[in-house]
Design a protein around this ligand. Sequence first.
Ligand SMILES: Cc1cc2nc3c(=O)[nH]c(=O)nc-3n(C[C@H](O)[C@H](O)[C@H](O)COP(=O)(O)O)c2cc1C
Length: 509
Amino acid sequence: MAFAGGGALAAAVSRAGGLGLIGGGYGDPAWLEAQFEAAAGAHVGVGFITWSLRKSPSLLTDVLRHRPAAVMLSFGDPRPFVDEIRAAGARVICQCQDLGHVMDAVEVQADIVVAQGAEAGGHGAARGTLGFVPEAADYLAAHAAGTLLLAAGGIGDGRGLAASLVLGADGVLLGTRLWAATEALVQPGHHQALLETDGDGTLRTTVADIARQIAWPRGFTARIRRNAFTDRWHGHEADLERAVAVEGPRYRQAFAAGDAEHTGVWFGEAAGVIHAIEPAAVIVERMADEAAQCLARQAAAVGGPAAGERAVLPSAPSDLASASALAFPEAGQTERLAPPPVLDADQQAAADELINGPRGGVYGPFRPLLHRPPLLRAAAKLGETLRYTGTLDAALREWTICVVARETENVFEWEMHHPLAVRAGVPVAALGALATRSALPADLDPALALAARVARELLATHRIGEATYAQALVQWGEAALVELLTLAGYFAMVCWVMNVARTPGPQRV
Ligand SMILES: Cc1cc2nc3c(=O)[nH]c(=O)nc-3n(C[C@H](O)[C@H](O)[C@H](O)COP(=O)(O)O)c2cc1C
């Protein structure tokens, strides 16, 4: 984001698990230097307006000295720059506005393609995000399967991220939502204007470029806020060109003063779902959490029990009492796959081992597993290894189990582990938020918030995204991450078996 996307914002996004980009825009060397300094060594990338970069290519050489993680090229032919970017060890991101651009990006073997729809704030073209992203995904699948695809344009919350993933993107590129971050280099008056504007209150136009006397190539327009400036000049572009000697300085003055009426105020349709100016980390983390919840909900709606069988979950309260009072889909139904009424010798031996081991009884997943003693023993051993000799601290372990139990809507593990989580120090409010599927408390221990994200992403998408993986690696290191993934997988497995078996909660055994 030219002008707004400085080093502090980029660094905050990267620290939150995304990849922050400094908006190189038209390329002011002193400004770029200052922004890399503000990024304070964070792992960030940088973006350029490609047709403008062609006029002063030394800018690229200058920024590559800062060893950016990636360089994004938009609005023009990427070919002249990709070799230099690669030679410096940075990834090449090509932001594309139509399928022709995607083909160009594939030709230069871009590492990441951004499919930008016309809902986007700032410059762009005509394709809509909803139609363009899946088409780009299909093209990449056929011609460059290893290339990552990001969706851009109109994505302002976790629903947009979830939808983008469903459309075939690997992630999203955000402009407007991060323009509305506290770290963005945006005048307070412009931030306030966004909060007062809904998604209808923007338009694509060329009047800001005419006023600034920036000659954009044909086909590109900019989405900005509708205001007195656009009301006066949009549709009267020739008049503005004639009046530019007066109107140009007026535009720039109003912009510098934070006047939201007599200049371009640069944001897109996502304004309609943005209701607060917040730190970038809050935005990134909430968006990931919301998306994981959306995907899990949709997966449950499509693949879960029939609508008539589903219990109504409590909607508002978020304390532990309401959490433990959750109704589950299998509530009140007759148990299936219960232990055989007469045990054979091996089943009896397996039952005795459980009764005489740390569990002290045959309950939960071991009721259905008693049908297959070798599996019961293997599962019991893995569960014991994770629970009794694992290296994760108790709060992290019990919390992760609770997330899995909640996401799989499993009564046994939820009722068994949420008291253990409380005892291990997990805040009651966080468990309440899990129970009601509401946003996790903002002050939740970042490790617990990350564990929730990992577990939810796993259950919703069967993998975790690059950003989550990178953050998890920093948080826990390889061995503990493997342990956490195995923990989530083990509990997902036993929850599935019990959901099918309608195994009752621990109090009812
Ligand atoms: C204030 C602002 C400035 C932008 N400047 C640039 C830019 O210099 N180069 C660029 O490639 N894209 C720029 N964009 C577009 C973004 O890269 C991105 O495609 C867009 O913001 C995504 O849509 P969204 O605003 O709905 O999130 C800008 C967007 C905004 C809001």
